[in-house]
Design a protein around this ligand. Structure first.
Ligand SMILES: *[C@@H]1O[C@H](CO)[C@@H](O)[C@H](O)[C@H]1NC(C)=O
Ligand SMILES: *[C@@H]1O[C@H](CO)[C@@H](O)[C@H](O)[C@H]1NC(C)=O
Ligand SMILES: *[C@@H]1O[C@H](CO)[C@@H](O)[C@H](O)[C@H]1NC(C)=O
Ligand SMILES: *[C@@H]1O[C@H](CO)[C@@H](O)[C@H](O)[C@H]1NC(C)=O
Ligand SMILES: *[C@@H]1O[C@H](CO)[C@@H](O)[C@H](O)[C@H]1NC(C)=O
Ligand SMILES: *[C@@H]1O[C@H](CO)[C@@H](O)[C@H](O)[C@H]1NC(C)=O
Ligand SMILES: *[C@@H]1O[C@H](CO)[C@@H](O)[C@H](O)[C@H]1NC(C)=O
Length: 440
């Protein structure tokens, strides 16, 4: 392992079996060819104010994206239309930012973005595909999403899932890749998505959606600015993330397996989500083997971002189909099992641990059949805004076995007594007051 990977031996030891091999393979095979060994190098400089950089970027990637090296010198690169990079056996060094023009009407026209992420029919303006590559932005480059005009716009215009607001950075159909020290400034919508991919390591990711318009002070002015959504992907590792957002810091969606995250800071928003799941009646969602370690939830000044809703939460739709995705849905099955959350520190979060299976539902709906089992909560500290520290409400259609708590030391508000709520929990350990049921 070369030191440039940024992972210490100790970090590596804590990675569980399957991922250890995956991470090592990526860092060695994709990661670190000596720079001289690429067959060609393309170097870019921003053209400057009023000019469009999209052509020169596409030309460089077409020439050097396979078995070559592409270097972006510092500055802002003006991107005016959708762009795909296909990277194979190559390296991209970004010392500057791809700055996507905030032309909202243009991007909301569906023909001007890609619809490559199936879940909720989301739009992407920048897609990377391929295998065995490195994108290193040296903490001095990445993407400028120019989000403020978008956030302000959608205070007067209704927003919906699937309405075409673009994901800032999409990895789609990627195998063995490393994204390193990448910055995304003011994402208009989701910051990252990884879909239909495997063996991807993100080491160093910064996303910051912070409203600067005084008109919206005190409100969550940056909805749906999730740090990442993982979907239909295997062996994805997230190290050293610093996410400021108004929604899910990380969202583990359907068919995410062998996911490892470590050193994650979430500033504001909803915390870390599993879900939503079970939205598509004909597509079971399977989430298995997820380890999340060293997580920090930080509440921001409520004038800047009023929400810090959860530590970690799990949500499914009900068992009834209520209209169709992207905005409606439900009735989907599947399971979430073998999740470990370890070393979590909370700063005044509203509900530290929450499980519910009634997303988007009505009271008469059939219970969800999506099964949660073996969720572990180890070494939790910090403070909760309410006295209910744990609220696990599993579906009567799929009661939850093996809920495990160890060193769960979150403090309720001063002067209150901590309570926990457990509904349809089959078995638990380490959580006094959690009532369990027996199943037939
Ligand atoms: C980006 O390019 C467009 C099209 O040429 C131009 O109108 C616009 O001024 C450029 N933006 C910046 C920030 O340079
Ligand atoms: C959407 O963009 C396409 C391609 O640029 C264009 O032909 C079409 O007229 C646009 N639609 C609207 C409603 O602007
Ligand atoms: C995914 O990528 C592989 C090679 O990297 C390619 O052969 C395949 O066609 C791609 N699949 C899709 C659905 O784009
Ligand atoms: C996020 O951006 C805001 C506005 O520019 C800034 O005040 C804040 O310090 C940034 N947060 C981080 C963690 O860099
Ligand atoms: C998840 O994987 C299972 C098994 O391969 C498949 O049946 C299901 O359709 C997949 N679900 C999604 C959301 O892709
Ligand atoms: C629970 O999950 C842990 C971690 O993935 C795993 O080691 C253990 O075998 C699982 N236990 C059961 C009963 O499935
Ligand atoms: C927790 O956050 C709420 C909402 O921002 C605030 O009113 C309250 O004073 C905070 N409590 C502590 C102990 O910081």
């Amino acid at each position: 392992m070369r030191p440039q990977s940024g992972l210490s031996r100790d970090d590596m030891r804590t990675v569980f079996g399957a991922l250890l091999a995956a991470v090592a393979a990526v860092l060695v095979s994709a990661g670190e060819l000596p720079r001289g060994s690429y067959s060609k190098t393309c170097t870019l400089k921003p053209l400057g104010a009023g000019r469009d950089d999209t052509d020169q970027i596409e030309a460089a990637i077409a020439k050097c994206g396979h078995y070559g090296m592409t270097v972006f010198e510092p500055g802002q690169y003006n991107v005016t239309r959708k762009m795909t990079w296909d990277l194979v056996g190559s390296r991209v060094d970004m010392h500057g930012y791809l700055s996507f023009v905030p032309d909202i009407d243009y991007w909301l026209n569906a023909s001007n973005t890609y619809r490559v992420v199936f879940i909720q029919n989301q739009a992407s303006w920048f897609v990377v595909t391929g295998h065995d590559f490195v994108i290193d932005a040296h903490s001095s480059g990445g993407i400028n999403g120019n989000g403020q005009p978008w956030w302000s716009h959608f205070h007067t215009v209704t927003r919906e899932d699937g309405d075409g607001r673009p994901i800032a950075f999409t990895l789609k159909n990627v195998t063995r890749a490393l994204v390193k020290d990448f910055r995304i400034e003011s994402q208009p919508f989701w910051c990252n998505t990884v879909a239909d991919s495997s063996e991807v390591v993100y080491d160093g990711m910064y996303c910051n959606a912070t409203n600067q318009d005084p008109l919206y002070a005190g409100k969550n002015a940056v909805p749906n600015t999730d740090g990442i959504n993982t979907y239909r992907s295997d062996k994805i590792s997230l190290y050293n993330w610093d996410i400021t957002c108004g929604d899910d810091c990380l969202a583990i969606k359907g068919n995410s397996t062998n996911i490892f995250a470590k050193h994650i800071t979430c500033r504001g928003g909803n915390g870390i989500a599993f879900g939503s799941l079970g939205q598509y009646v004909d597509l079971p969602d399977i989430v298995d083997n997820v380890v999340l370690e060293d997580l920090k939830m930080i509440r921001l000044d409520p004038q800047v971002q009023p929400n810090m809703a959860n530590g970690v939460y799990f949500k499914t739709w009900t068992g009834t189909v209520n209209s169709s995705p992207p905005t409606g849905g439900g009735g989907g099955g599947g399971h979430v099992s073998n999740v470990v959350t370890k070393g979590v520190s909370l700063d005044n979060v509203t509900v530290p641990v929450h499980v519910y299976q009634t997303n988007g539902g009505h009271s008469a709906d059939a219970p969800s059949t999506l099964q949660f089992s073996n969720l572990s909560f180890i070494d939790w500290t910090g403070t909760s805004q309410r006295s209910t520290l744990v609220d696990i409400e599993c579906s009567s259609g799929a009661p939850c076995p093996w809920m495990r708590f160890e060193n769960f030391n979150v403090a309720p508000p001063v002067g209150t007594t901590a309570t926990v709520k457990c509904v349809n929990v089959v078995s638990e350990s380490g959580l006094p007051g959690c009532s369990t049921i027996t199943t037939a």
